[in-house]
Write a protein of this length. Sequence first.
Length: 122
Amino acid sequence: MTIKSAVQVGVVSVLLAGGCASSPPPVVVSAGQQKAFNDVVRQAEAEGATVNLPEAARLLRDAKDEFVYGQRTPMYPERERATLDKAQKDAEKALALIRRERQRLNTEDALARQELATAVGQ
């Protein structure tokens, strides 16, 4: 290898290293963000989102997948942030859906009991 070739290889190496250094740093999921996500997922699962309501189960499954994917896209920090945010929102939607469904069922149950009590009292 000639001196000129060695210099060219060195210059290219420096340029490539400089290009890597100028790319945005990866997004690191904070412990708080991880905990907030896990808490919502646990609450949704505990309230039956994975078994009682298919739409909530799908949202929760998607949220988990998105969260894992979001942690593995360090070359695209904006996409990573957006994916992690969407995962959190989807988990929260699943929790809200299952809570609304539970409230609806409780209301129906209360109305049925009231109708039964009224019918028995007559």
